[in-house]
Design a protein. Sequence first.
Length: 142
Amino acid sequence: MNIDSIKNGLVIDHITAGRGMELYRLLGLDVLCRDCSVALINNVPSRKMGRKDIIKIDTDVEINTDIIGFVDPGVTVNLIKDSMIVEKKQISLPEKLTNVIFCKNPRCITSTEQELPHIFRLTDPEGKIYRCIYCETKAEIK
């Protein structure tokens, strides 16, 4: 299989094998990149990880790194300009998530006030546990 290099854009690398499609969906790349090429490569051999997924986006586009950090902390995002890596970011667990996950508590104010944003704060980095700022309902990363 041959996937061409990109001239300008992003490469989301070191995605845990099998999580690439979930990231593609949550980042909304089908809508965000209607006029550009996106390559989702699954189960690529990796010396560091054994197997990994990669997403290549052939345009300079803004993506929500909080979603990436929530789904798969440890991912690397490479910014490409003129076929060269100009910036490399290690993505970690975000301290705050807004409208990435949604509160499941039916008594939470976000259930009745639809326009309120769903905001979660990281309360236990070791356990990867987030809590709703309104009702303290727990959400864990799978």
